[in-house]
Write a protein of this length. Structure first.
Length: 590
């Protein structure tokens, strides 16, 4: 589903019918109804977000209840006349797409085919009778991206194929220091010499388009019928116009050549990297190749050092959190941990801390897997497990290099954690990451590694849990009034609500959707943080082997801002939306 969630209004009575069908139980329905009462979010969206049922299950159930057909668009080929009958702007606005057109009527796939107003609008617009059917919103949007963008994609491809002697800077992108190799002949033999230049330009156009869209990742995925291209923008995947399937293998080969990988090997995963230049700016690409059933899948991580925020003030810390963070990173010794899932901005936070501390009088060493950005004046080492250079081995070597500050990309095991603790106890300041859901959970995780509580309590300075929420697009930002009672169940205190009211009214913000934000209403992301400072009270709980919930309760009493509270503050400040708060911090509810 998109960020706006499931749109059909599911009543309590219909919810009880779903219980009677056996898809969910009465306890799950009661919990969902309580959340709906507190937040105002639609019941269907809550049931899906809580994973009590899938969107497909819900749509199939509703289709039976209302005697309407349910279709899976991803498995269909849609006719051009049905697509042309409905303008793209209307399709995106109402979340629908034409799937069949005949004399006097058009069959339309919709997430909400019960919306009579939309059906009437479509009838007036097309002059045809409308036969609505149920379809998943995700499938609808992917079909819109694929079919409405197909013409432009094909035109661009035809242009490339016609111009085999294109000018060198046509794609505005070049591989930096690309080494010549006999492997270049392989792609020519695969596609023919006349095809080689267009394939290079095709790959360059995909990459340059992703960079200019500020995407963090590019996914090129095969199916049995087509190639799919998707960009991850602000943490969410968006389908893009894709080249025909017949060029898939040639595209993969070209990408392998760029990363100096073996183009003849298609049975095992391969990883590599390359450096590109676009608009006089160098970009690093981390490339992962994965063999799948229909062919090889590529994921390219885009690392743009020019977009790296190294000022602590730019990371989204609340003033209280920034004060704690600044104090702990400037301590003479100890361990500072950053936690969160992949893509939550942990590396950016670590790099920002190191950049703040970096100076001619400080010796800083890092071991990373891999090195994401090069920082001037800092000794960075990349993990190479094939030759025995692991996190633990690198960390052990650092201690013989007279470091002041050490950064370990990730602590995964007892050996690395014990060396980090030993370093902290001998006067070094250590930074690293863990994979836990919240800050107190990191203490439990360290205990599970086998570290004695007294060692943890004497060396750990703070744990920062973080996530990224999408920012409301400034170009199409609008306010709307919301009842304060709807937010009290989201961990929002009455005092905080009153502080943000204007003339007794509470306003939140959202994006209408415009060209600058690709109709999503969001542009960019901002961090939310939960910082657990290890004070005397927390140290006692660590020694007592208290569980994470007790540590969290104590920390909150002492003023710790939770991830949910941090997100709520961003929401009330107009930086993000209530939907983003629920999406990103749904699990952070007591």
């Amino acid at each position: 589903m998109s960020e706006k969630g499931f749109q059909i209004n599911i009543s309590k009575r219909l919810g009880e019918t779903i219980v009677a069908s056996g898809i969910i139980n009465s306890a799950q329905l009661s919990e969902a109804l309580e959340i709906q009462k507190q937040t105002g979010v639609k019941l269907g969206q809550i049931l899906i977000e809580k994973k009590y049922m899938t969107e497909k299950q819900l749509l199939e159930f509703l289709s039976k209840q209302f005697s309407l057909e349910f279709v899976e668009i991803s498995k269909m080929e849609l006719p051009a006349d049905a697509i042309k009958a409905i303008p793209e702007s209307v399709a995106r606005r109402y979340r629908l797409i034409g799937i069949h057109k005949d004399a006097g009527y058009i069959k339309v796939a919709m997430e909400d085919p019960l919306n009579i107003v939309v059906l009437d609008d479509l009838k007036m617009m097309t002059g045809l009778d409308i036969k609505p059917v149920f379809a998943a919103e995700k499938d609808i949007f992917e079909a819109i991206d694929r079919y409405y963008g197909a013409k432009n994609s094909q035109e661009a491809l035809n242009e490339i194929l016609k111009k085999t002697n294109m000018e060198e800077n046509a794609a505005d992108l070049a591989v930096v220091d690309e080494k010549s190799s006999d492997k270049e002949d392989d792609i020519i033999s695969l596609e023919g010499k006349g095809e080689a230049a267009p394939i290079v330009k095709m790959v360059n156009l995909i990459i340059s388009s992703a960079i200019k869209s500020h995407a963090s990742d590019i996914h090129i995925e095969p199916s049995y019928k087509e190639t799919r291209v998707r960009f991850r923008i602000d943490g969410v995947l968006h389908a893009q116009p894709a080249p025909p399937k017949k060029f898939h293998n040639a595209i993969i080969s070209r990408i392998k050549i760029m990363a100096n990988l073996d183009i003849s090997e298609r049975r095992i995963p391969q990883d590599g990297r390359t450096k590109l230049k676009i608009d006089d700016k160098e970009i690093d690409l981390r490339i992962s190749i994965l063999p799948c059933g229909p062919g090889e899948k590529v994921c390219m991580r885009i690392l743009d050092s020019s977009g790296l925020k190294l000022k602590l003030d730019d990371l989204g810390f609340e003033p209280e959190n920034l004060a704690i963070f600044s104090k702990c990173i400037k301590a003479p010794h100890g361990i500072n941990l950053i936690t969160g899932p992949t893509g939550s901005g942990k590396s950016t936070t670590l790099y920002s801390a190191l950049s703040t501390l970096n100076g001619p009088d400080v010796n800083i060493s890092t071991i990373e897997d891999p090195i994401e950005y090069n920082l001037e004046g800092i000794n960075q080492v990349g993990v190479n497990s094939e030759v025995g250079l692991t996190f633990a081995a690198g960390l052990r070597s650092f201690l013989r290099q007279d470091p002041d500050i050490i950064m370990v990309g990730e602590i995964r095991d007892f050996e690395t954690m014990s060396i980090a603790i030993n370093a902290a106890m001998t006067g070094h300041l250590v930074f690293s990451t863990l994979h836990t859901n919240d800050a107190p959970g990191a203490i439990t995780r360290i205990g599970m590694m086998g570290i004695e509580p007294f060692l943890t309590s004497s060396t750990l300075l703070m744990v920062v849990a973080q996530r990224l929420v999408r920012s409301v697009c400034k170009n199409c930002k609008e306010s709307y009034e919301i009842k304060p009672e709807l937010l009290t169940g989201m961990g929002v205190s009455r005092q905080l609500l009153e502080k943000n009211m204007k003339d007794g009214k509470l306003f939140l913000y959202r994006g209408r959707g415009c060209e600058k934000c690709a109709k999503t209403g969001y542009k960019g992301r901002v961090g939310i943080h939960e910082i657990l400072e290890v004070n005397d009270s927390i140290r006692r709980l660590i020694i007592e082997k208290a569980d994470a919930s007790k540590i969290k309760e104590d920390a909150k009493k002492n003023g710790m801002i939770t991830l949910r509270e941090s997100a709520v503050r961003k929401m009330l400040g107009g930086l993000t939306t209530i939907e983003e708060v629920i999406r990103v911090t749904g699990s952070d509810v007591d």
